[in-house]
Write a protein that binds this ligand. Structure first.
Ligand code: ZN
Length: 252
C-alpha cells in the first residue's frame, strides 16, 4: 500500500531528526529531551518551521536562519537515510510485527554506528535499551508458542566467536561484542552467522582500502561498529535472499 509506505517514510524522516539529536548529545553526556533544539553556533532556540526534516535544510540553503552559520549535511542525510531504511523494511515485511521490530532495531543501530564512527565509542544506553525491548519481544513470542531458541543460540554464538576474536586479535572491543549480541537478539542464529561474516568482510575490505590509500596505518584504531551495523541492516533487508542464493550455488 503506497499510502502506508509514504507514511512510514515520513515517520522515518521525523525519527531521523530525533536520531540526529541523540547522535550529537549522547557522547556529550547531555539529555536528549532538554534543552529544546537550538543552533549549535548562536544558541537561538529553533522554531517548529526550522525543524521540518530535509525541507528546512533545503529552504534555508543549509544555513542557520538566525546567524547564517553552516548546518552540517549530516542532519538531512541522516533524516533521508532513516526514512529510506524504514521504507525498505516496510516493503520487505509489510504490516507485520517484523516491520516494527526492525524499525526499532535499525533506529538504535544508526545511532550506534554514527557515534562509533565519530567518537570510536559505543555507549551502553544505546545497546541496553534495544536489548531490553528485544527480550520483551522474546517473552511475548515465547508466551505465544513461537520458537525463541534460535535467538538464544545466536547470542551465545556471538559471545563465543567475537569473544575469541577479541582475546586473540584485540581487533575489536567489548562494545563491538555488545552490538553483535544485540543484533543476535533480533535476527537469530542464522542471521548472527550472516552478520558476523558480512561485517568482517566489509570491515576487512574497507580497512585494506584505507591502509592501501595511506589514510590509515596498521596501528590505527578503526571503529568496527559501523560495519556490524551495515551487515545487520543488510541481513534485515536481504539476508534470506542472499543466503538462499549462496546455498543454491553450493547445492548445484
Ligand atoms: Zn545560528
Amino acid at each position: 500500500m503506497i499510502e502506508v509506505g509514504i507514511f512510514i517514510f515520513v515517520m522515518g524522516l521525523i525519527m531521523g531528526s530525533f536520531l540526529n539529536v541523540c547522535i550529537c548529545r549522547i557522547p556529550e553526556g547531555q539529555s536528549i529531551a532538554y534543552p529544546p533544539s537550538h543552533c549549535s553556533n548562536c544558541n537561538t532556540r529553533l522554531k517548529p518551521w526550522d525543524l521540518v526534516p530535509v525541507l528546512s535544510y533545503i529552504f534555508l540553503r543549509g544555513k542557520c536562519r538566525y546567524c547564517k552559520s553552516k548546518v552540517s549535511i549530516q542532519y538531512p542525510a541522516m533524516e533521508v537515510l532513516t526514512g529510506i531504511v524504514y521504507l525498505l523494511i516496510y516493503m520487505r515485511y509489510g504490516l507485520t510485527s517484523y516491520t516494527l521490530r526492525y524499525i526499532i532495531l535499525s533506529s538504535f543501530l544508526i545511532v550506534i554506528a554514527m557515534i562509533d564512527f565519530k567518537t570510536t565509542d559505543i555507549y551502553d544506553a544505546t545497546v541496553i535499551i534495544p536489548a531490553v525491548i528485544a527480550v520483551g519481544f522474546m517473552v511475548y513470542d515465547y508466551l505465544n508458542h513461537f520458537n525463541v531458541s534460535s535467538r538464544v543460540f545466536g547470542v551465545i554464538l556471538a559471545f563465543f566467536i567475537i569473544g575469541a576474536i577479541i582475546l586473540i586479535t584485540k581487533a575489536m572491543g567489548t562494545g563491538d561484542l555488545e552490538v553483535y549480541m544485540l543484533i543476535a537478539l533480533y535476527v537469530g542464529f542464522k542471521g548472527t552467522i550472516f552478520v558476523i561474516l558480512t561485517s568482517i568482510i566489509i570491515g576487512g575490505i574497507v580497512g585494506l582500502i584505507l591502509i592501501a590509500t595511506k589514510k590509515k596505518t596498521k596501528k590505527d584504531f578503526i571503529p568496527f561498529g559501523p560495519y556490524i551495523v551495515i551487515a545487520g541492516i543488510i541481513f534485515m533487508l536481504y539476508g534470506n535472499q542472499i543466503l538462499n542464493w549462496y546455498l543454491s550455488l553450493i547445492v548445484i
